[in-house]
Design a protein around this ligand. Structure first.
Ligand code: FAE
Length: 543
């Protein structure tokens, strides 16, 4: 296990943050809802208005971090622009992030009320008022679907469950049909997994620890119904979690931390790619800067961005010139930007495929009510580590997920990733000045049917029923959301086969928007591996 990772965890050491610009740079000392954020020193790393830069990366998630690291290692100076906060400063409670059971203003991006994926418990709504703030989880609402995304330096790695899953090779042709599987499985998946620190739980500890009783119950029931289950690699520091269970270190996965950030044990990008990026000395990161337009100019592209305060207000507008621009704003962020830039005439020659091929990775949630003699345990690690793989027969891969409420719920909870043909499309709405997505909630029915191929059978075998109290009153399926937006700038359609935006030399897409709607499993390993493949080609060919 990586002990240096753990030393970084508490955010107390000066080392890992020294290159970061702080949110306090904009507001100085602020006190919000009992949390005080101390003033920070001047931040020369923030990008200057009218700067001319060789490479600009929009977004600091998986795709953005791969691009920045490899470009910097190739000798290119890089500026990363991130609309979310730096997440480098503890609040009054000594923690950077809030726990899932006690959301506060740190939890949501510019909302005055939480929008929890599990909206109800025992039928009662559990959302609550919070102060508006540039918090870490965005529940972005479109027609028919709420898309959850991470906001801040590290993107989705700040809020995700850390499941680091490589799709089975036989399914790869259906995921990225124009990419050579040999190079992915021989070179880029191993590279991505190594950089991300993907690793498996110690099986002996899994069998004995209270915090995975919920997963052992899930496994037992899956086995009794004849489903293959798999241990899934994660990017959690398992050594750290064992110490959490022993009570020798501050708790993180065992303290209900996940959706709104993880304070210690998860190897987010802040513990993997980002320290390496800073160590190159060639990369600056500007948090609370949101890119609004990109248009051609002599010598490259003019990139316009708004600098935000923690209320989400624009406090400055900057224009910089970049020779190369990498769109890594995530599937939704990149798609929204590209359809806007094409429709408003900033980049009119973008391919007509821009905005198309968007999917939800077939996400659908459900819970099952267990018998009283089959408790799932009051202590549940927030990091899922088991999956039920029924992709071949029913088109569903289900995470056995925790319900980290701190009390015995007698519930088993699952996030299923399913095969679904439905794809949405982003388009620019000139009247509202926003990008729309034409998704319909009814399109989730194919995902529900696929998930039922697993859970109807388990319920029949166990003599159990679905929970109806988690997503509303008498509502079985969590079909209103996705955690896994993919597509909108599909590889070899909206771009060439390496992410180059045709017609605009020096413009690239390098994030989840390249993947046409599904990865058959959780997506971030595939996003990272594809980015590693593409940037290698781009550096070799274009620089
Ligand atoms: P992403 O990580 O979203 O990064 C994009 C970044 O760009 C963000 O930091 C944005 O704030 C920023 N940005 C957007 N627009 C702009 C703009 N205009 N200007 C400046 N910055 C901008 O993109 N995946 C797994 O594989 N395993 C899991 O266990 C898992 N669990 C998840 C749980 C939750 C609750 C959520 C929300 C997601 C989960 N995911 C999981 C999905 C995963 O985090 C996601 O696929 C990746 O983060 C997407 O990576 P990208 O690089 O595409």
């Amino acid at each position: 296990m990586n002990h240096t990772t753990r030393c970084d965890n508490g955010s107390k050491g000066p080392s890992r943050r020294s290159f970061l610009t702080g949110t306090g740079s904009i507001l100085g000392a602020v006190a919000l809802g009992g949390l005080s954020f101390p003033a920070r020193a001047a931040v020369p790393e923030t990008i200057a208005d009218a700067a001319t830069v060789p490479a600009l990366v929009i977004g600091t998630g998986y795709g953005g971090c791969v691009a920045a690291l490899r470009l910097a290692q190739a000798g290119v100076d890089v500026h990363m622009i991130e609309m979310g906060m730096a997440w480098d400063t503890p609040g009054a409670d000594g923690k950077i992030f809030a726990s899932t059971t006690s959301p506060d203003q740190r939890s949501y991006w510019l909302r005055t009320r939480t929008k929890q994926p599990l909206s109800n418990f025992l039928g009662f709504p559990i959302d609550r008022a919070i102060p508006r703030y540039t918090g870490v989880l965005d529940a972005e609402e479109f027609a028919g679907i709420t898309v959850y995304q991470g906001r801040g330096v590290g993107g989705g790695s700040l809020v995700n469950g850390g499941m680091a899953v490589t799709p089975r090779r036989e399914y790869f042709g259906g995921i990225l049909p124009t990419v050579n599987p040999d190079e992915m499985y021989d070179v880029y998946y191993p590279r991505a997994n190594a950089e991300l620190g993907a690793n498996l739980i110690d099986p002996a500890w899994f069998e004995s620890t209270d915090c995975y009783q919920f997963a052992r119950v899930g496994r037992k029931q899956a086995q009794r119904s004849g489903f293959p289950f798999v241990f899934v690699p994660t990017v959690y520091d398992w050594d750290y979690m064992e110490q959490e269970a022993a009570g020798t270190v501050p708790k993180s996965a065992l303290a209900g931390e996940i959706l709104y950030g993880n304070n210690y044990g998860k190897k987010s990008l802040e513990k993997t790619y980002l320290p390496k990026i800073r160590a190159t000395g060639r990369v600056t990161i500007s948090p609370l800067h949101r890119v609004t337009t990109v248009e051609p100019t002599s010598g490259g592209y003019t990139v316009t961005m708004e600098q935000l305060n923690t209320n989400g207000d624009t406090v400055a507008t900057k224009q910089v010139t970049a020779a190369r621009v990498f769109f890594a704003a995530g599937s939704v962020g990149t798609s929204k930007l590209l359809v806007k830039l094409k429709s408003t005439g900033a980049l009119p020659n973008l391919d007509g495929e821009v905005g198309k091929g968007w999917g939800d990775n077939g996400n659908v949630m459900c819970g099952r009510a267990n018998h009283l003699w089959d408790p799932t345990g009051p202590l549940q690690s927030t990091i899922p580590t088991l999956g039920i793989d029924n992709w071949a027969n029913g088109g569903a891969f289900a995470e056995v997920a925790p319900l980290p409420t701190g009390i015995e719920t007698y519930a088993s909870f699952y996030l299923s990733i399913t095969r679904t043909p439905n794809r949405g499309e982003f388009s620019w709405n000139a009247a509202t000045g926003k990008a729309d997505l034409n998704w319909q909630t009814a399109w989730k029915q194919t995902s529900i049917d696929a998930a039922k191929s697993i859970f109807d059978k388990i319920n029949a075998k166990e003599g159990t029923i679905y929970r109806t109290d988690l997503f509303g009153v008498y509502k079985v399926w969590g079909d209103q959301l996705t955690y896994h937006p993919l597509g909108g700038a599909v590889l070899n359609r909206a771009t060439d086969n390496y992410g180059r935006l045709r017609g605009y030399p020096g413009l690239y897409v390098i994030d989840g928007s390249l993947i046409p709607g599904s990865t058959a499993v959780n997506p971030f390993v595939t996003i990272t591996a594809l980015a590693e493949r593409n940037i290698e080609n781009i550096i070799a060919t274009d620089l």
